[in-house]
Write a protein that binds this ligand. Sequence first.
Ligand code: AMP
Length: 283
Amino acid sequence: MLIVRKIQEMQSLANDFRKEKKIGFVPTMGFLHEGHLSLVRRSKEMADLTVVSIFVNPIQFGPNEDFERYPRDFERDRTLLEKENVDVLFYPQIEEMYPEGYRTYVKVTEIEDYLCGRTRKGHFQGVATVVAKLFNIVKPHFAFFGEKDYQQLKIIERMVKDLNMDVTIVACPTVREEDGLAMSSRNSYLSPDERRKALNIYGALKRVQSLFMEGEKNVAKLVEEARRFLASVEGLEIEYISIVDCETLKDLEFVEESGLLAIACWIGKTRLIDNIVLRRDKR
Ligand code: AMP
């Protein structure tokens, strides 16, 4: 596996690769888990050559968020990626990504204002900006994103469409622990007791899903059920429970064919998100 730190080196490698190979790209912030590796495996299936980036992007963290303490373990990540036969690990430096005088940002309007955008001001602008930069550096044919971060996925899809970027976005399903907890680098913050509490997020998603499958369409009632479910978990604070249109992410009043049920909550100092698509025609 080649490890590339310099932007120009990555760009000239990408130019050479592109002449005869399809490049698959998996952008990450590292501290890798099976969720990330599922994206890597998808890329290995679809592309001739896979590039993974590890970059904890400072501009997508708010001033009081966890940029400093975000988990990092480069050697462990490198070993995991070598085992997956990744071709290139791109590991840029902050100073080269955002040098003195950096002024350009990508803002995907409206979709970024809902769900997590209500509390994480500027977060998605940071995400869209770094992904646009990484696309210009890695020049991929395919880029892989997890449905775990559903709003991020929709924002990237929109950006690619609106800015005519020549890359295909591939959405990959959420990978969960055996008991259902969505994998996340931030799960490493949880104590064993908090980890047990966190599992209730998936419990609430499943509870609402079964109510929906029984025929309930009313969003207020579905959301109320999730609220009741989570209210009994001591130390869990709900940030939002929303059911929104799967494409526009606008609030729904009734779920007809489909809707996205998304939850964000705090367990102690850890913010966790999860979601599930409610779909009428699914078993
Ligand atoms: P992150 O390192 O958290 O920025 O995530 C990098 C990529 O991995 C994003 O596209 C995430 O949506 C995706 N990802 C993170 N967790 C999961 C998961 N549990 N299942 C599938 N994809 C995931």
